[in-house]
Design a protein around this ligand. Structure first.
Ligand code: FES
Length: 81
């Protein structure tokens, strides 16, 4: 049973890259529409940005791991290509 309107709302998007100002939702939407062949760099390109400080890379990889079969990031050492 739904107790309040808050239960009907989608979770708020969270800005994960403060340099380029994009959200986890934008990354998830990109991965759903056009899964990158490899790596976080393609996520940046797909969103029309370039990596800058790189602090968000770990979070992007985590989202890729959750959203893509096999975790997505094939550029990391130890991953199969
Ligand atoms: S926080 Fe994403 S490049 Fe700096």
């Amino acid at each position: 049973m739904i107790e309040s309107d808050n239960e009907l709302r989608e979770p708020a998007a969270m800005i994960i890259c403060s340099c380029n100002v994009f959200s986890d939702g934008e990354v998830r939407a990109l991965l759903e529409l056009r899964p990158p062949a490899a790596g976080t760099a393609q996520v940046f390109r797909g969103l029309g940005h370039q990596p800058q400080c790189g602090r968000c890379a770990r979070t992007i990889r985590k989202i890729m791991h959750e959203a893509l079969p096999g975790g997505g990031d094939t550029n990391r050492p130890g991953r199969a290509r």
